[in-house]
Design a protein around this ligand. Sequence first.
Ligand SMILES: Cc1ncc(COP(=O)(O)O)c(C=O)c1O
Length: 397
Amino acid sequence: MRHLSIKVRNLEESQTLLLTQKARLLQEAGVDVVSLTAGEPDFPTPAHIKEAALRAIEADFTHYTANQGTAELIGAVVDKFSSDNDLHFSPGQILVSAGAKQSIFNALSAILNPGDEVVIPAPYWVSYPAIVRLADGIPVIASFPAASGFRPDIRLLRRSIGPKTRVLILNTPCNPTGVVLSRSEVEEIAAIVKETNLTVISDEIYEKMVFDGRKHVSIGSFKGIRDQVVTVNGVSKAYAMTGWRIGYMGGPEEIIRAAAKVQGQVTNNANSIAQKATVAALRGPQGPIDAMREEFQLRRDYILRRLSAWGGEGIRNPQGAMFFFLSVEHFFGMRARGNLIRNASDLAEHLIEHHHVALVPGDAFGAPGHIRLSFAASMADLEKGIDRLLRGLQEFQ
Ligand SMILES: Cc1ncc(COP(=O)(O)O)c(C=O)c1O
């Protein structure tokens, strides 16, 4: 066997991708599987954004750009942060990357020394602990209690921060729980940040997907901690642009310059054509965002009605993002079709194998008693998927 680094051997594969892949393989083999695993909008990228990309190609805008992003795009990001988030950056405080995922990696690589700790509230997005380890840090998981709907436990958060903590990762709206932090919750967390010397990486990628008229609040907008916050965002979710790979962040100039150094040696600038498309996304009409949010809210309401009718326990109404995070612990120890369900992975396997509906087990998100159901799927697929899920779960009763 070839020599592989310990770092990579210890790196877990994304369970979201594994389940999505399993569903795709079954579909390719002709099995009618409904996949409710994806974390990406199922809408096309809006036409005016695609047209901007076509124009970029026709104008031969196909070469390297400045490493940190084009001046035009950086200007658009500065304006977006200012008008949407009350965050006021100079161009030197912005770095454009190949997706928010790369932004997070760059930021952590810029900040961490081996052994530095990063506090990650759980349930968390699957990639945070892996990216922290890749950047030589140690993830410290602060598990917010399911009983309080996974809302922040301030005392626990404070206890998780020790002398080696350098970074706190925040994610609102949250993947996978759908929790959207209120202004007072963000304020409480901002107070802890102020007391300590840590840096917050605030992942706000689902910012535009908030329901029932809620407002997203950026922690970086709180006075007194502005120089401690790196705010990460991107166009993947808001503009249905997952494949274009554009993310960006704004933060203290020292961190951004260091992160740009990492990027300059690893990938250099993000795709030039996608940068032009992103300018069109940020500067152009925002109507498509509202249309997508309304559709997501309709789907959320539909699923909630269906699941409430089933009367299952542990159903929480997501306030944002595109997921239900269902408690399934009460199925553990039960059997159906000869399968013993010991954990959420067994349940996910059982559901995909016997009922042809794919969901992601909560273990991947640091909450093993749960399962994530994505509503980034057409209404027809959701109807079929929920039918199958309910039928599958009824077998246990
Ligand atoms: C919470 C969260 N942050 C970041 C990302 C990555 O986004 P991007 O496509 O911009 O890399 C995702 C994608 O699923 C996500 O769920």
